[in-house]
Design a protein around this ligand. Structure first.
Ligand SMILES: Cc1cc2nc3c(=O)[nH]c(=O)nc-3n(C[C@H](O)[C@H](O)[C@H](O)COP(=O)(O)O)c2cc1C
Length: 170
């Protein structure tokens, strides 16, 4: 294992990705609305709760993300927490900016207009509270205006060391 002293000189992107890949996360699809009204979304696991009062969560987007641009112009987004059987949805929204990505994706528009996907474990509707710089990513802090859980029996979709893992019932 690499020690603290060995890493002090700096590490490569691959080394950081490899190490952080050992931190298991859930998987979400973050959705918003393009200026022309069309839906947009990206798979994201750099998502965290931040504050209970006020109710804040955060999502980290790469600077080149189309969804980030839409989130910033629309001022609102939805975090859809994926269930174990939804790895196809995750793969679909990890493809860059394709309108076709929405073909056959069952959803309805939420209160702020962003798509709420069907069959997910939880849906958090947010308005943009802050955008903060985070290296090659942008940290978007959202104020949660609505949080719904779907009461499903399925377990979560989990991402660990570059692969999807079902946890519990799938
Ligand atoms: C499991 C998984 C997690 C991901 N998490 C993030 C993330 O947190 N932030 C991000 O910017 N991209 C993340 N990505 C990559 C984006 O989904 C991908 O770059 C996508 O094409 C961006 O689409 P957009 O440009 O239309 O927003 C993730 C991909 C996968 C497969």
């Amino acid at each position: 294992m690499t020690t603290v002293n060995e890493t002090a000189a700096g590490i490569s992107a691959d080394e950081l990705r490899h190490a952080m890949g050992h931190f298991a996360t859930g998987v979400t699809v973050v959705t918003s609305v393009e200026p022309d009204g069309s839906p947009v979304g990206t798979t994201a696991n750099a998502v965290s709760s931040l504050s209970l009062d006020p109710p804040l969560i955060l999502v980290c987007f790469g600077h080149d993300s189309n969804t980030l641009k839409a989130v910033q112009s629309h001022g609102a987004f939805v975090v859809n927490v994926l269930a174990a059987p939804q790895r196809q949805l995750s793969a679909n929204f990890a493809r860059r900016g394709l309108a076709a990505a929405w073909d056959g994706v069952r959803h309805r528009r939420g209160r702020t207009g962003s798509p709420r996907l069907e069959g997910v474990l939880a849906v958090l509707e947010c308005t943009v509270e802050h955008c903060l710089p985070g290296g090659d990513h942008e940290i978007v802090v959202g104020r949660v205006s609505e949080a719904d859980t779907c009461g499903q029996d399925a377990g979560p979709l989990v991402f660990w060391r570059g692969s999807y893992l079902p946890l519990g019932k799938s």
